[in-house]
Every structure is written in C-alpha cells, then in structure tokens.
Ligand binder design. Sequence first.
Ligand code: NAD
Length: 500
Amino acid sequence: MQPYVVSHYINGKVAKAQGSRTSDIYNPALGEVAGHLQLANQADIQDVVASAKKAAESWGNTSLIQRTKILFAMREKLAAHTDELAAAITREHGKVLSDAKGEIARGLETIEFACGIIEQLKGGYSDQVATDIDLFSIRQPLGVVAGITPFNFPIMVPLWMCPVAIACGNAFILKPSERDPSVSLLLAKLWTEAGLPDGVFNVLQGDKEAVDGLLQHPDVDGISFVGSTPIARYVYEQGRAHGKRVQALGGAKNHVVVMPDADMDLAAEHLSKAAFGSAGERCMAISVGIAVGDAADVLAEKLRTHAKNVVVADGTQPNADMGPLVTKAAQERVTRIITEAEAAGARLIADGRGLRVPGREKGFFVGPTVLDNVRTDMSAYTEEIFGPVLILTRVKSLAEAIAMINANPYGNGTGIFTNSGAAAREFQRRVHVGMVGINIPIPVPVAWYSFGGWNDSLFGDYHIYGADGVRFYTRKKVITQRWPEPHQESGASFAFPSHK
Ligand code: NAD
C-alpha cells in the first residue's frame, strides 16, 4: 500500500502544510511506515491561530442553545463513526480494536457532559446587596485555546479538552501526537458535519516547532497539555512565561497495594489487565504492585498464570488482548529496563522480551512481563516504563506501602485491594495521589468529575474536563449594577465605595 499523507485542518478544511518537513507514521504491528505527516512551520502556525481567533469572536457570541445542539449532533456523529475511528487508531497506535472503541466511549462521555453546558455556566445572583444594587457573576470564554496531546489516547485525550472548551465558547486548536495523527482529521471532519462553524475546531500537525509556536503566540489564550512529565513542565513554564493560562498533565508511576485480606483472584486479574491492557501504554496503567505481608507469594504465582494467558497479536485480530508498542524506540526502552532489572537482582516471573508474533515479525512487540522483588533504586522502579511490565515490591505493612507511594515523584492514580473498610479509608486519606481506586485498578473519573494527578503528574491548578474544565476554559466576571430613577441621589463619593 502506498504511504498516505496527513496534514492540517484549518478553517473547516484540510490544509496542506506550507513547509517541506515531514515525519514518518508507522503501523507498529507491521513495523513499517504507513504514512507521512506534514509538520507545521511558522506560516501554518500564523494561519491556524488567525483562523481560530476570527472564529472565536462569533462563536463566543453564539447562544448556548445553539452550541448545545451542535454538541448533541457531534455526539451522534462520533458514535455512528466508532468503527472507522477505532480502525484508524489501531492502525497507527497498535492497541486492540476493543480498546480503541473504549477510548472513544470515554470521549463520548465528555461530549455528554458538555451537552449540559447551560447548567455548568450558571452564574450567581444576589438581589439588593446594597440599596437598589444587585450583583451577579458570569463566566466568559478565554478566546483561542490549544490542546497538545500524547500518542497513547489519540481521540480520548483530545475529547477530554475540545468539547468543554468549545461548549464554553472558545475556538480550539488541536496539536496531536506525531505518532498517530490520522484520527484527529476524522474528528475535525465530524465537527464540521455536526454544524460547528469553520475555524472553531482546527488541527495543527507538528512537533516542537508547532508547540513552541502555540506557546509563544500572543493570540493563544490557554493551553491544555497531556504528555510526559519533562514536556509538561516545559509547556507549563513556557506557557506561563508568555502570559497564558496552562494546565499540563504529566507522566505517572501508578502503584496498587494488595493487602493480605484481599480477594487474591480478583486482585491478580485486575492487576494483570490494568498492567497489560493497551500494552501498558496508559497513564493510568498499573506498573507497581505492592504486596503487603504474605500477599506476595500467592499474588506472584497468580500473576505468572495471567501473564502467560494474554494473547499478543496485531490489534486488528479479534482474539487479541494486547498489541505492539508504538515505536521501535519504545520496544527497545522496555526491553532494556527488563534486562537492567534482571541484572540488578529482580526475579523474572514472566519475560516478554524477544516475543515473535507469527506473520508480524517486524512488529514492535514485547510480551507481558512480571518482575518480582523490585527495589526502589532499580530503573524498573524509577523510570516510567510505559510498556507491558508489572513490577512487584514487597512490604510489611500498609503504612510502609503508603510511605513508598508518597515518596514517589508522581501522583497520578493509585489503588488498594482489600476487604477491610478501615484499611481502605486509611489509604484513601493518607495517600498523596490525585485519583484513588478502592478495589478498582484504573480509577479514571467519569466526565462529570474531573481528572488529574498530584506532584509531577500535573502542573497547574485545574484538573481536566468536568467542572474544572469549565473553570479552566472560562474567565469569571462579576457585575455590580444599579438602575437609578431620574433625580435619585447619585451615591457617588470620593471615599472608597461602601454601601447601605
Ligand atoms: P510526549 O510528552 O512525548 O508528547 C506529548 C506531546 O508533546 C506531543 O504532542 C508531542 O508532539 C509534544 N512534544 C514532544 N516533545 C516535545 C518537545 N521537546 N517540545 C515541545 N513539545 C513536545 O508524550 P507521549 O510519548 O506522546 O505520551 C506518553 C506520555 O504521556 C506518558 O508519560 C504518559 O504517562 C503521559 N500521559 C499522561 C496522561 C495524564 O492524564 N496525566 C494521559 C496520557 C498520557
């Protein structure tokens, strides 16, 4: 098959890049180049921001009823195109089709939340705060906002951002990952078909040059970023230095504690699915199991069985549980970390290195891997592996488990498996992590709550989507008003206004 070309979407249509730089898009199951991505230059950045700025002026004045109608239409469009979107995700990301459909379903939820924008934007009103004076507050859009997104959820993460930003009256520029950009164009096309005016949703393809251009452009008012911690920190600092509102979600190292009283079958099954699902390329993947007391041996044995039973194949195969990693570099990184852990004394319970998938020998596969007796000084613990590797550590008490989690620089998600309400309560209150699961391994909040970590997993004050999303994408205005009768005493004063 001839490689395809992916370009921008500006002002309601696909737009060819004005420069000549490109990067390769791979099909990771085949290990082959599938297409070429056109990368933005300065002229593309100027065009997309100008288009969004113009669109933001009229879109911000469009009635909430009209915005809501378009959001409802978009929800139906996305649901109807699930198969096409999932196929594009699997082709470039590698995850299995059922998982690709799962991320679309979670994205749909955010649109459903945004359909209730009239409720979310209700302001406060105080009648007669002073004699003949009323006071009320409203929230208004920022203007132009950009979303810079990672490869691992090429539609869900953009949908964490754009429905809320657009519902609030902003124009949105999506800068997707270079690894799996095709689905962003399908998303753009569906927004247009749903009736969104041209320029309200745009896609700028590119790399660091595109990101820096958005961070520095005076007409970009807000930036939502999701990706790795070093880039999140950079985007936050640069965006703030250029006067923008920024929320930047970073990487993770998610721990799950298994208490000796837990249902071990339940815990082992959930841990393995949360560690190996999407080949571990989820910011909420479980990468560290902390076995407390005598939970360790029984858990390790059950995890060995689960790891052995995972079907690793091309994500398009109906029986596949897990597909390849996204790039050859990712495959090499994960393999290196396993080798280093083994050399440092970890016990390899299941080894996914060198896995060969028949007919897909060049694919970027690593099989499910379980490492026991991992210490916190090993690279398997200190690095975000972002692959199908579950590491096990052993501690004596819940207090020791909580101390380990709180000493980790990340703080995205965590969980505990136990049958003790007291242990669960102690854990939920003392752990320094943004999202906590009790007998739930991947506690991603539904769209009516907000998503976000602590520490190096989030820079900025607001979590993403939900009520925090509405706050992030709007500015508050408070109005104090009086409608005096003719000849009424003016109330003007040289002293600071105080009311009766
Ligand atoms: P990444 O940080 O490499 O890329 C994210 C975005 O930043 C991409 O759009 C990329 O083009 C851009 N980028 C990359 N390098 C840049 C640079 N030097 N300057 C400016 N922009 C740059 O992340 P990734 O590999 O695509 O995604 C995986 C990471 O994302 C993991 O660390 C994962 O934990 C994290 N993630 C976090 C969450 C969350 O909610 N906290 C969700 C999903 C993924």
